[in-house]
Design a protein. Sequence first.
Length: 350
Amino acid sequence: MSTITGETEVRIKGKLIFTTPKAKTKTIIDATKWYREEFSKLAGAIDKDLPIDLQIKEFQQLEEELMQGCSASLLDYDLTSILREAFALPSVDKLKKEIGGAGEKQLKLVLEKLQKLSTDRKWFEPGACFAAGTLVHTKEGLVPIEQIKIGDWVLSKPENGGEQAYKRVLKTFAYEPTTVMEVCGEVPIRPNAFERIVSTLNHPFWVVGQGWTAANNLPKGRFTDGEQFELFDGTYTKIGGCGSIYAADSDGAGWTPSYMGDLTRPGLLIDYKNNKLIASEAMAIERIQALEADHPLYSQLAIEEAERSETNYPYLKLPVYNLEVEDFHTYYVGKIGIWVHNTNCGFFKL
């Protein structure tokens, strides 16, 4: 297979499958959008007359050519490794072990899994935001994110490190209700007390020693391995674990488990629209208790199962907001001031 550079036609038996973009014409966000759109067409493009093992190989080859074309289209080719890592297909051997069995039935399931691209947004894709009420550190003090205006000054720091400074807000963003989760950082003066931040799944937080990390890739649960956030005053604080927020019956209300993720025991019921605790020992509604408690947080399986049942979607959705900050592209959220990125406004080079 020859290397795809730019603006290349990819065909099977003379039939055009896709044409790659011109070289060095796309940001990583635009390239990702193109990749997702074209990937969704690959399942219908492979030759169904081939034996199933050859269909798998043909699909893998098409995906590799798709990724090569997508990579070649990047304005910054150094971002190729990030793109490839984000959309790496699982190996056939790994899928065989997961599926079990043998023969043609097993291979058909392998092909089906290869053809399913996660709908979960990557940390560099648009849509990374915070719920209303999230406090932002500004020149005038702590201000809820939804109240910040263009021209306001927020505390910021260069995205790759450096001296802090107040920077202007260039744009503000408001989005329709989006699935959110809970991110917790320990309050420095109150050990074992944690501040809760309500974030979209893909918002990047700075993790000491690791760098920018999407919310849904942060440590899960209360017992972490000592990972830390960086705060507005330059100190570090322990990540207290992150968790899903389940939708309750009333609008804007969400429920979180208190006992090791056990959905059948009491948890916190919170009015997230007004940032008020409703009850500290509330039981989850029946449809939440019915979920398998051993699902990994926001696993692809859990997300796919939920999305197939829109009327029974278990996770809380809230209107969300973000800022575009001049020069440094970062700001600090929560009373404790956790350092976060404004990645909604474009992509930065790590």
